[in-house]
Design a protein around this ligand. Structure first.
Ligand code: ZN
Length: 404
């Protein structure tokens, strides 16, 4: 089983846009109501046993169970019968909103994310359709339950042999988009480490350095757009809040942000394909991105988009049959890749690595990438050794899979 997401731009009519806006608003209300219900339950259980809380009284009795996805779904179905506003919205789309809330809670419990927050007007931007009919795709149109036939820009062919599992309609400042989750009913074998290994070190002077000596300068998509952004934001503040001109000015700001994001994403995709072109194994550092973004160079770290780059690189590696692994990031710039001795901390201005022990000299970032490579090879060493001895039989050297 393997999934890919395809994205297309929709061309909805004015009526369809009103329907989408209405649905989003109803979903937002359902989300906020369900969150309120859960919050109330938690608050009413916070009261200490030896003192009475002044701020929150015990309003929900002790035997009431914690609201869950299924209990809230049940309540939603019952309430929907009496509410004409909710009846306009597809029932499954509403349920998916509750599922989203459940997911937000699960990631709070399991991944240490923050407590889910209420969504203010316009903050909910997507609707998901979990079940689609057999005639979902016809020519240049998609048929969505409750919405009807809707035109889209066929920017790329939709692959045959895949079933559409889910569709998500997203509102962005540049228009409406649809994301299709396609599923292939095939089993994909795990990628075995093979071929040419490449270690990657990321930084701010050079966005990227590989162990082969490839250095790529940092891109400054956000920093370049900042002047323009400042100008546009100044224009917003000079308009009357809530007026039509204010909305127009606000939209220009949003469009610029989206443009910057798109540029960065496109660049990351191209870069990761370039890396995969001549690699069989890719190793990257396992950076703590939360710490990085809080530092003095936080803005530039976010502009470089390390997290997104690693995610895209991992996906690209998967698609092209390249082995991908993260390795420990500690002290990569303080170790000599040739003799593995510690050379001590380097200042940021120190651009070359030269080892006083063995005399190995190279670019500072390339040296760090070579350390990453050494660590990666050590992590997969056993498999690579067996490969070299020919113990795995029938593994093709490098599969050139089509670019999807
Ligand atoms: Zn050395």
């Amino acid at each position: 089983m393997f999934n890919l997401t395809f994205e297309f731009k929709l061309k909805p009519t004015a009526t369809q846009i009103t329907v989408f806006e209405d649905w989003l608003e109803q979903c937002r209300k359902v989300y906020n109501y369900a969150l309120r219900e859960r919050k109330d339950w938690y608050n009413s259980r916070k009261c200490q046993i030896n003192s009475c809380s002044i701020r929150s009284e015990y309003i929900i009795t002790a035997e009431v169970p914690r609201p869950t996805y299924s209990s809230q779904c049940k309540a939603l179905t019952a309430y929907r019968k009496t509410s004409p506003a909710l009846q306009r919205v597809n029932a499954q789309v509403l349920q998916q909103t509750l599922r989203r809330l459940e997911k937000a809670f699960v990631s709070m419990w399991e991944q240490n994310h923050g407590f889910p927050r209420f969504k203010k007007q316009g903050a909910l931007r997507s609707l998901s359709f979990p079940q689609l009919g057999a005639t979902f795709h016809q020519g240049n149109r998609f048929k969505l339950p409750g919405i009807g036939s809707i035109k889209f820009c066929q920017s790329r062919p939709i692959p045959q042999g895949a079933s559409v599992k889910q569709a998500r309609v997203v509102r962005r400042s540049s228009g409406w988009y649809i994301m299709l989750t396609l599923q292939w009913d095939v089993s994909i074998p795990d990628i075995i480490p093979h071929g040419n290994p490449v270690g990657i070190d990321v930084g701010l002077t050079n966005l990227l350095a590989t162990s082969n000596g490839l250095l790529i300068k940092r891109t400054r998509f956000f920093a370049d757009a900042e002047r323009k952004l400042k100008l546009l934001q100044k224009r917003v503040t000079r308009k009357k809040i809530g007026s039509n001109n204010w909305k127009k000015a606000q939209k220009k700001v949003a469009l610029l942000h989206e443009y910057v994001g798109n540029c960065r994403k496109d660049w990351h995709r191209k870069l990761s394909h370039q890396i995969c072109d001549d690699a069989g194994m890719v190793f990257v550092e396992d950076l703590n991105l939360v710490e990085l973004k809080a530092g003095t160079l936080g803005k530039h770290c976010l502009d470089a988009g390390f997290g997104q780059f690693f995610n895209i690189l991992e996906q690209t590696c998967f698609k092209r049959g390249v082995y991908f692994q993260k390795v420990e990031a500690k002290k990569t710039s303080q170790i000599c890749p040739n003799c593995l001795n510690e050379t001590g901390k380097k200042e940021l201005s120190e651009r070359t690595h030269s080892c006083h022990n063995c005399g190995y000299t190279t670019d500072r970032d390339v040296a760090a990438a070579q350390v990453v490579l050494k660590r990666g090879l050590a992590a997969v060493g056993h498999t690579v050794k067996m490969l070299a001895e020919g113990k795995f039989i029938g593994i093709p050297a490098k599969q050139e899979s089509p670019r999807l």
